[in-house]
Design a protein around this ligand. Structure first.
Ligand SMILES: NC(=O)C1=CN([C@@H]2O[C@H](COP(=O)(O)OP(=O)(O)OC[C@H]3O[C@@H](n4cnc5c(N)ncnc54)[C@H](OP(=O)(O)O)[C@@H]3O)[C@@H](O)[C@H]2O)C=CC1
Ligand SMILES: Cc1cn([C@H]2C[C@H](O)[C@@H](COP(=O)(O)OP(=O)(O)O[C@H]3O[C@@H](C)C(=O)[C@@H](O)[C@H]3O)O2)c(=O)[nH]c1=O
Ligand SMILES: [Mg+2]
Length: 296
């Protein structure tokens, strides 16, 4: 395979950082920072594309502040709905593949069975609504035209950026006890796993469409916090609490501007079959990311 020029948006984000470094084996990665390219500026994005002429686009950039998205309607819509449409339109004209990222928050969150890629969507918050519009724009522009992959993931964390793992460790350094929501169920997903998945997809080029991209297993935010603390303590981290000091609360007792789905379980059979792999457990991925974070 020839080396191609790959545009990675949001290269300073959790997923963008890992994707940019993983895709270096496939070609020249171009990953502009916010200072180099404001993704809110559609004209600037079009000019950048015409100038750089990428041969592959990967789009992990997004507006990910779920609560702020309720009031910051314009920025949420621009990044999560308009930008994917603009990139997909470019990909259609130039017949280049596009990998886009989406979220568990496009699903309504009721019931207890895992969502499949064909489940009905029905987002419960502004972030989820805009992300769904982005997914639909990508499908509308690229279905039957060129390879495109919409990776729906959940609860992303990494050694860098803002995420639940780092927040919990920060709180645990001086708080003797914590309360964490225990009625939202999903799969914590490491950014490094997503980077491996993107690499495999670009190499294997399975059928285009929506794929769930999360590790195996599921948990609550409370149990995720407890697992973070038990693994950190095992690695000799000094914490002011133990996993037993984390108590569960319901979502209704943790009021936030955006409503969040209770059931975020995503079935991963489609991705595993398409790539011929068995995805790792969320606990084993946490161990790898935690090690990287604690060593730095
Ligand atoms: N985080 C999560 O828990 C989940 C994320 N996802 C999806 O996965 C994908 C990756 O998420 P994640 O890596 O966590 O996101 P981050 O919030 O870590 O990164 C977002 C990236 O987008 C960039 N960006 C945002 N607005 C602009 C702008 N106006 N101009 C230029 N750059 C901009 C940010 O730049 P800067 O660093 O300058 O802010 C950053 O590089 C997204 O599509 C998200 O919707 C899905 C499920 C869960
Ligand atoms: C900090 C904290 C959070 N929580 C709860 C709030 C929330 O329900 C849950 C997770 O908090 P966060 O702020 O990380 O949640 P949030 O930023 O909404 O996470 C979501 O981000 C977007 C981008 C996605 O696409 C989703 O998959 C999901 O990862 O934990 C507690 O119960 N106690 C705490 O001390
Ligand atoms: Mg968040």
């Amino acid at each position: 395979m020839q080396r191609s020029k790959i545009l990675v948006t949001g290269g300073t984000g959790q997923v963008g950082f890992e994707v940019a470094r993983a895709l270096n084996v496939l070609g020249e990665v171009v990953a502009p920072t916010r200072a180099e390219l404001d993704l809110n500026d559609a004209k600037a994005v079009r000019a950048f594309l015409e100038n750089e002429t990428p041969e592959v686009i990967v789009n992990p950039a997004a507006y990910t502040a779920v609560d702020k998205a309720e009031s910051e309607a314009e920025a949420n819509w621009q990044l999560n709905a308009e930008l994917p449409k603009l990139l997909a339109d470019y990909a259609a004209i130039h017949r280049i593949p596009l990998v886009h990222f989406s979220t568990d928050y496009v699903y309504p969150g009721d019931g207890v069975t895992a969502w499949s890629e064909t489940s009905n969507t029905n987002p419960t918050n502004a972030y989820g609504c805009a992300k769904l519009a982005g997914d639909q724009a990508v499908m509308n522009a690229l279905d039957g035209v060129v390879d495109h992959y919409i990776l729906r993931t959940s609860w992303v964390y990494s050694a860098r950026g803002n995420n639940f793992m780092k927040t919990m460790l920060r709180l645990a350094r001086d708080k003797p006890a914590l309360t964490v929501v225990d009625d939202q169920i999903g799969a914590p997903t490491s950014a490094r796993l997503l980077a491996s998945i993107v690499l495999l997809i670009l190499l294997k080029r399975p059928e285009s469409g929506v794929y769930h991209a999360v590790p195996n297993g599921s948990t609550s935010w409370k149990e995720f916090a407890q697992q973070i603390f038990s693994q950190a303590l095992e690695a000799d981290e000094k914490l002011a609490l133990t996993p037993n000091d984390v108590s569960g609360i319901t979502t209704s007792n943790y009021p936030t501007p955006a409503s969040r789905p209770l059931n975020s379980r995503l079935n991963v059979t489609k991705l595993e079959r398409a790539l011929g792999i068995i995805l790792p457990s969320w606990e084993s991925e946490l161990a790898l990311t935690l090690k990287e974070y604690l060593e730095n």
